[in-house]
Design a protein around this ligand. Structure first.
Ligand SMILES: NC(=O)c1ccc[n+]([C@@H]2O[C@H](COP(=O)([O-])OP(=O)(O)OC[C@H]3O[C@@H](n4cnc5c(N)ncnc54)[C@H](O)[C@@H]3O)[C@@H](O)[C@H]2O)c1
Length: 310
């Protein structure tokens, strides 16, 4: 258990994350901070009033300033605009870079020891902005994408195979975009390689659906993007860190030679514990998977090179 967790934003992903987080009681206080007056206060109070029914004692506070967030153990950045139909995550670049920069400056000033989990899109590049502005070491700036993309992949496989989601072990690496890399060679169903259970064309269709998993939801919602599964994914990362679980989860991390990649944020298998990113597992990939991972990292690097993170 930790003392304080801040969720920056009081929108769809943020409010759902705060609610799930408080219910899990991994912290004494959850602070939601947003620029819109009244929204974080109102949502925070509403959520706190669910506490006697849901049975949790983590206090939830909503605010427009950073005083209440001071000395947070963890900060989850979900501030920014979300996609609408026809938009790619990269279309959000300039607006969200400005927002994440402003947020990162506040975090650096008020919670200099925090571990930061970035959720805002385009994810990997927003991690870069947060790392550049805070100056925090890579152990304390980690991106949420792979846990969500993997959950989508696992959920589609469970439906197709008609088995429990719990029995599907898998990992999706790479950047959080159309070039993400679901690792078929590491996908098992209770230890059975998935290729023994599903025909190649069906597997390829699921991989494709996973890559477009976010867009599928955006096309339904029309006014925004997914938030139930994204908030679950952020909360799983918080739990791994707050409880020092040393879980191995696919997260976006600042690579320094792992997988032959350097100076880029990209989704890789990470060990998460109380210090944040406690290790990167440099696993063997097939030639095709490695080529896909390099391509995906190059796509992130191209956007990273043009973003204003100064
Ligand atoms: N990494 C992922 O897998 C993933 C998944 C889902 C959503 N996202 C991203 O998360 C972000 C939030 O999505 P959402 O659906 O919650 O959007 P939303 O519009 O519902 O909420 C965003 C909130 O950010 C607030 N905000 C804007 N500027 C701010 C600032 N400077 N400080 C504090 N708050 C500020 C807004 O007022 C708003 O309440 C988007 O960029 C979206 O693309 C990422």
């Amino acid at each position: 258990m930790v003392n304080k967790i801040t969720v920056v934003g009081a929108g769809h992903v943020s409010a759902t994350t705060a609610q799930r987080e408080a219910k899990n009681e991994r912290e004494r206080t959850v602070v939601m901070v947003d620029v819109v007056e009244g929204i974080p206060q109102g949502k925070g109070l509403d959520q706190w009033q669910s506490a006697p029914i849901e049975g949790f004692d983590s206090r939830i506070i909503g605010t427009n300033g950073y005083d209440e967030t001071a000395n947070s153990d963890l900060v989850i950045i979900t501030a920014g605009i979300a996609r609408k139909p026809g938009m790619s995550r990269d279309d959000l670049l300039n607006t969200n870079a400005g927002i994440v920069k402003q947020v990162a400056e506040q975090i650096k000033a008020t919670s200099p020891k925090a571990i930061v989990i970035v959720v805002s899109n385009p994810l990997d590049v927003m991690c870069y902005v947060a790392k550049e502005v805070t100056g925090f070491p890579r152990e304390r700036v980690i991106g949420m994408a792979g846990v969500l993309d993997t959950a989508r992949y696992r959920s589609f496989l469970a439906l197709e195979l008609d088995v429990s989601v719990e029995d599907i072990q898998a990992m999706v690496l790479g950047g959080h975009g159309d070039t993400m890399v679901p690792l078929v060679s590491y996908t098992t169903v209770s230890g059975i390689p998935v290729s023994q259970l599903l025909a190649a064309d069906k597997l390829a269709a699921i991989v494709d659906r996973t890559r477009n998993g976010g867009a599928e939801i955006v096309a339904f919602l029309k006014t925004g993007s997914a938030y139930y599964a994204p908030s679950s994914a952020a909360v799983q990362m918080v739990e791994a860190i707050a409880l020092d679980k040393r879980r191995i989860l696919p997260c976006s991390a600042w690579l320094q030679g792992e997988f032959g990649l350097k100076d880029v944020f990209c989704g890789v298998p990470c060990r998460l514990g109380r210090k944040g990113l406690e290790g990167i597992i440099d696993i063997k990939l097939t030639d095709a998977e490695r080529a896909d991972l390099v391509k995906s990292a190059e796509a992130v690097q191209a956007t990273q090179a043009v973003v204003d993170a100064g």
